[in-house]
Design a protein around this ligand. Structure first.
Ligand code: HEM
Length: 141
């Protein structure tokens, strides 16, 4: 990611932060629509889950400026996801739902540059998490 992309991700996430609860609802609705099979992996009451997701995204987005600072936590998060039943092939699906949610939430602020910056951010994070949890060969696929 370029420094400009990091800035774009941070600035646009700040716009979504005030509506983070609704954004999380939209995100999981979208995820379960495009990948109904993953719904059973999550708790029935998603209230806490929505809060945790948005809190973690806030930490990650903040940490993009000094990536090394968040890698240990991202590695631990990736390892916990193996126990949740997450597979490498789920990561692009989650990324798609996340970008879709941001597009809806940001409206006209969702420009091609912003889209590319978020794709780069999610790509960096998910490639690292897959590699930590399943090994480098999987991440390269
Ligand atoms: C970069 C991508 C992702 C981020 C930032 C993320 C974030 C989180 C966070 C913060 C939690 C709360 C629990 C914890 O901290 O361990 C969580 C739980 C969970 N995530 Fe993810 N996640 C990601 C990708 C995925 C993927 C690809 C799947 C696969 C379907 C997935 C499925 C789950 C499930 C099933 C739980 C909760 C299970 C439970 O409470 O029993 N996540 N995720």
């Amino acid at each position: 990611m370029t420094p400009d992309q990091v800035k774009l991700v941070q600035q646009t996430f700040a716009k979504v932060a005030p509506i983070s609860e609704q954004a999380a609802v939209i995100f999981y609705d979208r995820l379960f629509e495009v990948a109904p099979s993953v719904k059973a992996m999550f708790p029935a009451d998603m209230t806490e889950q929505r809060r945790k997701l948005m809190a973690t995204l806030a930490v990650v987005v903040d940490g993009l400026s000094s990536l090394d600072s968040i890698l240990p936590a991202a590695s631990a998060l990736a390892t916990r996801h193996v126990a949740y039943g997450a597979k490498p092939e789920h990561y692009p699906v989650v990324g798609g739902a996340l970008l879709w949610t941001l597009e809806k939430g940001l409206g006209e602020a969702w420009t091609p540059e912003v889209a590319a910056a978020w794709a780069a951010a999610y790509g960096t994070l998910s490639t690292f998490m897959i590699s930590e949890a399943y090994g480098k060969a999987q991440a390269a696929e």
